[in-house]
Structure formats: structure tokens, C-alpha cells
Design a binder for this molecule. Structure first.
Ligand SMILES: CC(C)(COP(=O)(O)OP(=O)(O)OC[C@H]1O[C@@H](n2cnc3c(N)ncnc32)[C@H](O)[C@@H]1OP(=O)(O)O)[C@@H](O)C(=O)NCCC(=O)NCCS
Length: 251
């Protein structure tokens, strides 16, 4: 285990050498498991989160209790796993169940009577190769399929199927990235589990016409086995340790 800087401002310089690139002040609450490398730009992560190989998250993005796959491009000011308040209780306010940490030092409000609100325990799963535009909100507990695209400004209230492009408020189907047969073959191929160099000669930009060639060449590539790390905060002390398997297994 490696003990990192306890100061948020210098956390970025101490994680960079370990494959966690932070371009801005990040707030990591709970634990963050990741595959090396990933990039976070002034991002907040809360509770248990995991992020797969080569994924990057834009400025002001907040993820809570979420699993994010490999090769995802996540825009700015995105909220994934947005928490709920109870709307069928006397009040929507957390004073009923959390006590209130928000209004310290008003200690009398921090005494809860033992009620638990269980509406915030679901994990949100974002598959592999998912593009999420700026200003998107994804409700907690949803499953965003591999290869999906979420248009800028969307509010996502339902699961998204693989390779669908959705958008709007609430988000609706816009179109498919590929014809059904191609999407089905890509889902089966699970290319993100292979180590594909950018100069591999794979026709990245001609998937529909050359799908047979792409599929045929995949057995040439090694399985991708990136280093898996876990960043945790305990009190004011950050630590980094090796961990097992982060990858998101299909949606
Ligand atoms: C979703 C997106 C990829 C679609 O791009 P495109 O393939 O060029 O699609 P088009 O512009 O032809 O639009 C197709 C349809 O989707 C609609 N649409 C496009 N963007 C939309 C959005 N953000 N919200 C709702 N509908 C949208 C269009 O109005 C059009 O509808 P129509 O068929 O009824 O006319 C793009 O609009 C988008 O949102 N990109 C994200 C940009 C961003 O946030 N980048 C940050 C960097 S990560």
C-alpha cells in the first residue's frame, strides 16, 4: 500500500505517476477503484465507484456509487447515479434519517431517530465505449449499455440498450449507432477486453463495410490486463493499493 499526500491540492501530483491523471482539484469520497490509466478533470466521486481502462471524465462531473467501463468519454457537468430524497415521507429532507451533517454546528439537528432511507443504495452501471455528452443526468441504479451515446443535456430515467443513441428530457431513443446485426456482433466481440494498439491497422472508421475483417483479426490481440488500483480515504489520509478486477461486464 502506498500512502499519498493528505492534501487534496497535491493529490494530483502524487497519483499521476500511478496512472490516475487529475487535471484539476478532484474530490474522492469513499473508494475509487480504477484500471490504469484514467483521467479525471475536477471530478467528484462518492461512495464506492470504479472506472475502467482509458476512460475520462470532464470538469464538474459527479459520480456516485457507479461502475464505469473501459474507453468511456464522459463530458462536463455530468451527474451519474444522482441520489434521491424520499418524496412520499412527511418531508423530502434528510433531517428525518441522516441527522443533518449539512448544518453543523447545529448539533441538535444531528440526532436521527433511527429511521433509514434506503432509496440511495443502487449502483449505476455504465458499460464500455460509452459517450456521455455535457450536462447529462443519469438517475441512480440504471444500466447504460456498451457502446451507447447519450446526447448533451439529457436526463436519463430508463436503462439504455447497447449501441443506442438517446437524448432529450426525459431521454428517448434517437437512433442506433450501427445496424442491428453490426451492433450484435460488436457486443459479442467485446473489443475493449483486448489490447489494440492505435496503429494495429484495424479499420476503425469503416466498421460496417469491414466488420468481417475486424472480427477475424481479433484473435491476434492479447487480452487486456491493466493494473488495477484502489484509492481510498481514511480520515484525511489517502492510500493507493492494488486490487482485483474492476471491469464492467457487459450490459
Ligand atoms: C447526440 C449527438 C452525438 C448526435 O449527433 P449527430 O449524429 O450529428 O445527430 P444529429 O445532429 O443529426 O441529430 C439527430 C437527431 O437527434 C436530435 N438531437 C441531437 N442532439 C440532441 C440533444 N443533445 N438532445 C436532444 N436531441 C438531440 C436532433 O435534433 C435530430 O433530431 P431529428 O432527427 O428529429 O431531426 C450530438 O447531438 C450530441 O449531443 N453530442 C454531444 C456533444 C458534447 O456534449 N460534447 C462534449 C464532449 S464529451
Amino acid at each position: 500500500m502506498i500512502i499519498l499526500s493528505t492534501d487534496k491540492k497535491s493529490l494530483a501530483s502524487s497519483t499521476r505517476g500511478h496512472g490516475l491523471v487529475m487535471t484539476g482539484e478532484c474530490h474522492i469520497g469513499g473508494t475509487l477503484s480504477f484500471e490504469v490509466p484514467i483521467r479525471l478533470a475536477s471530478t467528484t466521486t462518492m461512495n464506492e465507484c470504479s472506472i475502467g481502462f482509458m476512460s475520462y471524465l470532464g470538469k464538474g462531473t459527479v459520480i456516485k456509487r457507479s461502475k464505469i467501463g473501459r474507453y468511456c468519454a464522459i463530458g462536463e457537468r455530468v451527474k451519474i447515479g444522482a441520489p434521491n430524497h424520499p418524496h412520499d415521507w412527511l418531508s423530502i429532507h434528510p433531517f428525518q434519517y441522516d441527522g443533518v451533517d449539512y448544518f453543523r454546528p447545529y448539533e441538535e439537528w444531528s440526532i436521527a431517530q433511527g429511521l433509514r432511507y434506503r432509496g440511495n443504495s443502487a449502483t449505476t452501471v455504465v458499460g464500455n465505449d460509452v459517450w456521455i455528452g455535457d450536462n447529462v443526468l443519469i438517475k441512480q441504479g440504471l444500466n447504460i449499455g456498451d457502446g451507447a451515446v447519450i446526447a448533451a443535456g439529457a436526463i436519463v430515467t430508463k436503462d439504455v440498450l447497447p449501441y443506442q443513441i438517446i437524448g432529450g428530457v426525459p431521454a428517448r431513443f434517437i437512433k442506433n449507432r450501427f445496424p442491428d446485426e453490426i451492433a450484435r456482433r460488436l457486443c459479442k466481440l467485446r473489443w475493449w477486453n483486448k489490447q489494440i494498439p492505435p496503429n494495429s491497422g484495424i479499420p476503425f472508421d469503416d466498421v460496417i463495410a469491414q466488420i468481417d475483417k475486424i472480427v477475424a483479426r481479433f484473435s491476434e490481440f492479447e487480452d487486456l490486463c491493466p493494473t488495477q488500483l484502489r484509492l481510498a480515504i481514511d480520515g484525511s489520509r489517502y492510500s493507493l493499493s492494488k486490487r482485483e478486477v474492476v471491469s464492467v461486464d457487459g450490459a
